[in-house]
Design a binder for this molecule. Structure first.
Ligand code: AMP
Ligand code: GLY
Length: 423
């Protein structure tokens, strides 16, 4: 079986690693991939947003399946192109990917389907947006509607700060195209959960729920990022809560998309804020596997991922996936300056010996002409540890993260702090 993985981050390395692990005979290609994928896949130097060349490569290479990692090629219609050309793709159509690519569309879907979420309104004009902020309770959340690599949501303590964020988006164009529409919404209290499900648009297979750490700094301070670390399992994600997420969030979202002629085939990601009363409020939907959530969730699967992805691509239910006992924690090593202006080019040293159960997934790394591994992006490496208990996984991930060095390494030593406090 020949599989093409589109993307080159930690998520795609974890996908390739999991497919290879369970299925040594699979022939993997990654476009563009990264140095971590190099050993397990053939790399095709095509950027993940060049969907015409990617579609061409999938057809000419006669791939049995293309797994699309990032949101950008999905939003640009790579899955549509592949299906139109008779290739199997794991990932939604552009119409269904709008659930992530347009927060204003996503809010519209949630409202129509009565999915619990923060009250909100969308604006393209400055004056009515400022008037709405002016009458809003504090805190208030201002979001660029379009794709902003996880950095387009600004949680504002005051109306004044919110007005500044609205101006930055609508008047100053600081978020580019993504900020031409803003979503202004109420602040949600609670604990965040990432719930990922494989779906053919109708049946859902939930993956183990995980918790991301969006803020750059320890203690959940500083700016929002794409995610600085994650862990699974998460104690509040009880079977009863996940059942509510399935019934009150995911099924209605799929049904509403279907009604709009946008069947969702791929990985549906619901970012949930569990309210103090237990309501699973949706913070956001994503149309793909989470990053870094994938790096903790996939290592806990017993196997069967290849088959599940293939079945979804064929329009069939993913089927059940067995999950191992134990826990998984990943710590992100980022470059100095992330998320605004990450530095590149620092030489990376990864020791040969890392703690037991640790796997290092590459994200923003590149090899220079001399073969030296260097930083090349904001999130550089993910240090995932799987262990029988949460405490051991946390300690090993942290020790692994400590042992890897590069100039300007930025990381959080407190990944899983909420879970640790519960034990
Ligand atoms: P988003 O890009 O919508 O996922 O938002 C990024 C992050 O900002 C989320 O993961 C939350 O941590 C935070 N956030 C977004 N919307 C809200 C909200 N309405 N209330 C509280 N926090 C939020
Ligand atoms: N970790 C958050 C995301 O994948 O969007």
């Amino acid at each position: 079986m020949k599989v093409l993985i589109v993307g080159g981050g930690g998520r795609e390395h974890a996908l390739g690693w999991a497919l290879r692990h369970e299925n040594p005979a699979v022939r993997l290609t990654a476009a563009p991939g990264n140095p971590g994928l190099h050993g397990i896949a053939t790399l095709l130097p095509i950027p993940a947003d060049d969907i015409d060349r990617l579609a061409e490569a999938a057809v000419s290479g006669a791939f049995d399946l293309t797994v699309i990692g990032p949101e950008v090629p999905l939003a640009l219609g790579l899955a549509d192109q592949l299906r139109a050309r008779g290739r199997l793709a794991f990932g939604p159509s552009a119409a269904a990917a709008a659930l992530e690519a347009s927060k204003s569309f996503s809010k519209d879907v949630m409202e129509a389907a009565r999915i619990p979420t923060a009250a909100s309104r969308s604006f393209t004009e400055l004056a009515p947006a400022l008037a709405y902020v002016d009458a809003h309770a504090e805190p208030v959340v201002v979001k660029a509607s379009g794709l902003a690599a996880g950095k387009g949501a600004i949680v504002c303590a005051t109306r004044r700060e919110a007005a500044g964020a609205v101006r930055a988006m609508l008047a100053e164009g600081r978020f580019g195209e993504a900020g031409r529409t803003v979503v202004i919404e109420a602040f949600l209290e609670g604990e965040e959960l990432s719930v990922l499900a494989l779906t053919n648009g109708e049946e859902l297979t939930l993956l183990p729920a995980s918790q991301d750490h969006k803020r750059l700094g320890e203690g959940d301070r500083g700016p929002n990022t794409g995610g600085m670390g994650a862990y699974t399992p998460v104690t509040p994600a009880t079977p009863a809560l996940l059942d509510r997420v399935r019934r009150e969030v995911m099924v209605p979202a799929l049904e509403e998309l279907d009604r709009r002629g946008a069947r969702f085939q791929g990985c549906l990601y619901a970012g949930i804020m569990v309210a103090p009363d237990g309501t699973p409020n949706v913070v956001e939907f994503n149309c793909r596997f989470g990053d870094p959530e994938t790096q903790v969730v996939l290592p806990l699967l017993e196997g069967g991922l290849t088959d599940a992805l293939l079945r979804v691509a064929e329009g069939r239910p993913a089927g059940a996936l067995a999950v191992r006992r134990g826990a998984s924690v990943t710590t992100v090593l980022a470059a100095r300056g992330y998320p605004d202006a990450p530095e590149k080019g620092a030489a990376i040293t990864i020791p040969d010996q890392l703690p037991e159960g640790v796997t290092v997934f590459h994200a923003g790394t590149a090899r220079d002409a001399g073969g030296v591994l260097r930083t090349s992006g904001g999130r550089v490496l993910n240090v995932t540890a799987v262990a029988p208990t949460f405490g051991e996984a946390q300690a090993r991930s942290r020790a692994g993260a400590e042992a890897i060095s590069f100039e300007g390494k930025v990381w959080r030593r407190d990944i899983g702090w909420r879970e640790a406090a519960r034990r």
